[in-house]
Design a protein around this ligand. Structure first.
Ligand code: F6R
Ligand code: MG
Ligand code: MG
Length: 366
């Protein structure tokens, strides 16, 4: 059976700052999807990571389906109403347009979707990250799909020996989607040359070169490109099919042990290590650190199992300790150098005015 996985994610308000959506907001979105998804979707899973709420649905309507996107948009509007009623912070923050116009992409919420022929058993992982941007997945999915140091299957499994095709998007270009396709392993130096720049070149999807099936879909929204001003970081979601011709779940998870430094953290303007956290985690230290969660499922005829929490294991407690240490280390240097993002990536416009005023006070003295 051909099915579609769609995940739509937005920050429409949270408790106590940018921390966690309220139970009432989450229930509102859940009930909305239950009532309005009848006859449209097969199954759903509503969750939150930090201040973002994500609607994962299965259906047979294909990607970019207007009815699916409209239902997601309306669910976020219903959530926003509840957020306003409760006085939640940042109510409706990610809903950047006034009226729905056919496709939720480009309207604020993040979207990742995949249509594929279900295998007899179909495992996948749904990742959600908060306080960071889509480039946060560049390193883990480069290593997990192309480096035998992390993905043993590249050496050991004949189903994976041909490698993977990466579709990489230039997120600076906003007129249309500007995409390049590169093959690993032959072109890994070119892939690495692009993926080192997390703020410009972002993995959009990955395909098996053996079966040609899609393995990965990542949301690539850049909120500040849509709104033209600070609206929070993009907080990306990703869908990753695993096992068989794709890396094993554990091979996809392995690179998250690095806790690599990503853009985001406080005011979307700093570098911080990406911490793999348990499902439904909150945000805390310095509005961070940037977090990623993973819910693993199997799907049969579009019906989802309950989620397995991939980072809920004693091993990841150890990783979280290490990542906490790394977060503390970089925070010790405050605003200086590598701790804060370069000027072009700072999410608050106030500093532009400040620097302009200071420029006028400079004097040429010899
Ligand atoms: C980062 C984020 C927070 C806010 C910060 C200030 O993506 O959402 O770090 O930037 O809490 O928020 P405001 O400007 O809404 O007071
Ligand atoms: Mg968020
Ligand atoms: Mg937010």
């Amino acid at each position: 059976m051909k099915i579609t996985l769609s995940v739509l994610k937005a920050d429409v308000g949270s408790i106590g700052g940018h921390i966690i959506p309220s139970t009432a907001l989450i229930n509102e979105v859940k009930n909305f999807v239950k009532e309005n998804g009848a006859g449209l979707i097969i199954d759903s899973y509503i969750s939150h990571t930090g201040d973002d709420i994500a609607i994962l649905v299965t259906h047979d309507k294909g990607v970019s389906n207007e009815s699916i996107h409209k239902m997601g948009w309306d669910a976020f509007l219903a959530g926003t109403e509840m957020a306003k009623k409760q006085g939640l912070y940042g109510a409706g923050q990610d809903l950047l347009k006034d009226a729905f116009s056919g496709n939720i992409k480009g309207m604020g919420p993040a979207v990742a979707e995949m249509e594929f022929e279900e295998r007899p058993n179909e495992p996948f992982v749904f990742f959600a990250a908060d306080k960071t941007d889509p480039g946060a997945y560049n390193l883990p999915f480069y290593l997990g799909f192309s480096d035998p140091m992390y993905c043993a299957g590249l050496i050991l499994s004949p189903k994976m020996s041909k490698g993977f095709t990466y579709r990489i998007i230039d997120v600076e270009y906003t007129e249309k989607d500007k995409i390049i396709e590169l093959n690993a392993p032959e072109e890994i130096y070119d892939i690495a040359a692009l993926l080192r720049d997390n703020e410009r070149y972002v993995i959009e999807s990955i395909y098996s070169r053996t079966s040609k099936s899609q393995a990965v879909s990542i949301s690539t929204t850049r909120l500040h490109n849509i709104a033209g001003k600070y609206t929070g970081k993009d907080d990306p979601v990703a869908l990753v099919r695993v096992q068989g011709e794709f890396p094993a779940t554990g091979e996809v998870l392995a690179p998250f042990q690095i806790g690599h430094l990503v853009a985001g953290f406080m005011r979307g303007s700093h570098n911080g290590p990406l911490m793999p956290c348990k499902l439904n985690t909150t945000i805390s230290y310095f509005d961070g650190p940037p977090v990623v969660t993973g819910a693993a499922f199997c799907v049969k005829d579009g019906k989802l199992t309950e989620p397995a929490d991939v980072f809920d294991h004693p091993y990841w407690d150890y990783v979280r300790q290490e990542v906490s240490r790394k977060a503390t280390d970089i925070r010790r240097q405050g605003f200086s150098g590598a701790a804060m993002l370069p000027f072009s990536e700072l999410e608050y416009g106030g500093i532009v005015d400040k620097l302009q005023k200071l420029e006028e006070k400079f004097k040429l003295v010899n």
